[in-house]
Design a protein around this ligand. Sequence first.
Ligand SMILES: *Cc1c(COP(=O)(O)O)cnc(C)c1O
Ligand code: SF4
Length: 340
Amino acid sequence: MIPLSAATLKTESWQRQLANAFNRVEDLLSYLELGDQLEPSMKAASRAFGFRVTRFFASLMEKGNVDDPLLRQVLPLGAELEDTPGFSTDPLADQASHQGNGLLHKYHGRALLITTGACAINCRYCFRRHFPYADHQATPSHWQPLLQQLQQHTDISEVILSGGDPLSLGNTRLGALIEQLQQIPHLKRLRIHSRLPVVLPQRLDQGLARILGHCRLPMSLVLHINHPGEISTELIRALGPLRRQGVILLNQAVLLHSVNDSVGIQVRLAEELFQAGVLPYYLHQLDRVRGAAHFAVEDEQAAALHQAMQARLPGYLLPRLVREVPGAHSKLALSMSQNE
Ligand SMILES: *Cc1c(COP(=O)(O)O)cnc(C)c1O
Ligand code: SF4
């Protein structure tokens, strides 16, 4: 149980900040002094997939710059409404591999739990932009059957809390879920995939640190940072307590046209992640989701970029360049997926 304390008050404040996120494109543009750039197609795109950006994430953007790499990740564009061949609403066939309420078991030994459909920001390239969360998320009422299912699958050694964004759950719910998970004897590791600390570092509050610190399972937190401009001093400070508790910090990024598709940016990202105590894990080729085609980088260009990164970075700072292929037993290294 989380006692009512200073930590709880802090929790309320990140929740208030979530509630105060920008949810109208024109408000963000006006905050960024780009007021006259709103086009009707932006509004239409934001109706197709909701618009949402925390004020903290917006504060990391450069005012007056419509090409800001952070802004590009969240700004709805008319291009999203185009139907490009090869880009579908369920690119990973997740709806087929989903096991029951919110459990995705695609890879050996690992099960991914969709704890919630909510995110603190809506990234325009998101592969789940069409995912029917309401049908598939593991809301607390679904936890019991789901925990039973995990109990029975003794081959599962790692549970990944994902979403949406699992850290958009409050500490009470998250703590209760983790408490139940750690009682499953065959689990050896727990992992959290979250972008929330990046767009709202206050989320990493004392209550959360306490929950993670008390868990018997070794933990990793996989952040989602695409550009060095997202590594704020607030984030670095907020990660400190988790590092000291032995939580392994990793990062996955998505390779995005005009956001981070240059060697210089990728090298800076890797180096600045390390400064923050985070190791690069994956660099994902974009999942081919409808509405995100304008973010795609050609495979040849991606492979060349990765080679150039390898020539400049120590091996431990080189993320694996991967693509997700429906039906495969793991994420595939790009060179392998190209040979298919
Ligand atoms: C990406 C993913 C994982 C984790 O894969 P790792 O290679 O272990 O990081 C697990 N389950 C699903 C369904 C995934 O999409
Ligand atoms: S935070 Fe992650 S799940 Fe949420 S919209 Fe962004 S990429 Fe998608």
